[in-house]
Design a protein. Structure first.
Ligand code: DHB
Ligand code: FE
Length: 282
């Protein structure tokens, strides 16, 4: 059977890709951020997951204000990046896993989630920056990725409790898949940040650290926030916490924190990193 063996959370700020493209990892500004990553890379290299289910948000590359799925699932065998206007290089394609994707689509729609199912989907920095952080030099081609896209840009957005429930349904779908696959779930984006308006640059470090604690040990607490609560407490883009919450919903067994890092601001964002181990309780 397919098994979820762990989870990773990470920021997806485009400036990270720029720093990596220009070899700035050891500079004083970036070092406290990048120093968090080697233990996570080592764990991934040791465990060699077959599939990454990656919760991310699309900031306007594939879904703009003209069409905005609440939840979208990729079912392709390959995903491409494209120029988003940040000046970061366009990168090699990401490998998909269409069979498990379709299994998840069938199960989750049967459970009552009205997903947008995408046989073609360009993926933006929300998906590509986390992959490049885990496999620098864009060496992620060997791992199959299933993109789960949550609307965090345009109201109305799904509430945290709905993102969590989606994660739970995806977790159940994975566990019912007969092939022996090692799956790791990524929750990306966040934590607190606001990119626009009078509060641009707003970060709530105390809240971010509390979120990281609660995500590990009492995730249901995070589902009590509404998106408007998150905007007030964590900035307009703090709603990206939904991706972390969706990821955590997939983990129904025993969760152990193996590693964490928090540093901020990086660009305008409080950047949190977590590595969680997941053991099934059956
Ligand atoms: C930044 C953060 C984001 O989440 C994003 O999508 C783009 C930019 C930033 O802090 O620069
Ligand atoms: Fe973002």
């Amino acid at each position: 059977m397919a098994k979820i063996i762990g989870a990773v959370t990470t920021s997806h700020i485009p400036a990270i890709a720029n720093a990596m493209a220009n070899g700035l990892e050891e500079t004083p500004y970036w070092k406290p951020f990048f120093d968090g990553y080697p233990p996570v890379r080592d764990w991934l290299n040791e465990k060699q997951p077959d599939v990454i289910i990656l919760f991310y948000n699309d900031h306007g590359l594939e879904f703009f204000i003209d069409k905005k799925p609440t939840f979208a699932l990729g079912v392709a065998d390959e995903y491409h990046n494209a120029d988003e206007g940040w000046g970061i290089p366009t990168i090699p394609p990401v490998t998909g896993e269409s069979e498990l994707s379709w299994h998840i689509a069938n199960k989750v729609v049967d459970e009552g989630f009205d997903l947008t199912i995408c046989q073609e989907m360009r993926v933006d920095h929300g998906l590509t920056v986390p992959l490049n952080l885990m496999w620098p030099g864009h060496k992620y081609g060997h791992v199959k990725v299933i993109p789960v896209c949550i609307n965090c840009e345009q109201h109305p957005m799904p509430q945290p409790k709905r993102s969590y429930a989606l994660g739970q349904a995806i977790g159940r779908a994975v566990e019912s898949y007969p092939e022996d696959l090692k799956v790791v779930v990524f929750g990306t984006g966040g934590l607190s940040h606001q990119l626009d308006g009078e509060r641009a640059g707003f970060i709530n470090r105390e809240f971010d650290l509390k979120c990281m604690d609660q995500l590990v040990s009492e995730p249901e607490e995070l589902t009590k926030y509404s998106n408007l609560d998150l905007i007030e407490i964590a900035g307009a883009q703090g709603v990206e916490l939904n991706m972390w919450i969706g990821m955590r919903g997939c983990l129904t067994g025993k969760v152990t924190e193996l590693h964490r890092n928090y540093h901020g601001p990086i660009s305008n964002t409080g950047a949190g990193l977590l590595l969680l181990e997941h053991e099934h309780l059956d």
